[in-house]
Design a binder for this molecule. Structure first.
Ligand SMILES: [Cu+2]
Length: 118
């Protein structure tokens, strides 16, 4: 009986860890904010990210794709994803679409928008 209880507890723990998908905690620019043209996007997640298997796309006013630099991790923080923006962004609404891969082999995705002011 006791052995069965311990086994159940161990199985539950594994299940909880496997469900720890990456959630976007904060972003710069913030979702819904109006900012001066940013030089980079910084996205902080709840889990470590496998950056080579993750994607961030930026679309400008009217939905046109905006070229960005390579998606990278923060220097000491595997939960921080940094995307350099090489072009100077014109005023307008921009949409960030992200798809992150975590070491547990799960993907999560999401999107948010920010506005570059005049
Ligand atoms: Cu997961």
């Amino acid at each position: 009986m006791r052995k069965a209880l311990i086994l159940t507890a161990a199985v539950s723990l594994v299940a909880v860890q496997a469900e720890a998908h990456a959630r976007l905690l904060t972003a710069t620019p913030r979702a819904g904010s109006t900012v001066a043209a940013p030089a980079a996007l910084r996205l902080r997640f709840s889990e470590a990210i496998v950056v080579g298997a993750s994607r961030v796309a930026l679309a400008g006013p009217g939905g046109a794709p905006v070229a960005t630099g390579r998606v990278a991790l923060g220097s000491k923080d595997k939960r921080l994803v940094v995307v350099p923006i090489t072009a100077r962004l014109a005023p307008g609404v921009y949409r960030v679409t992200w798809k992150m891969h975590t070491p547990d082999d799960h993907n999560t995705d999401g999107a948010f928008a920010f506005t570059v002011k005049r």
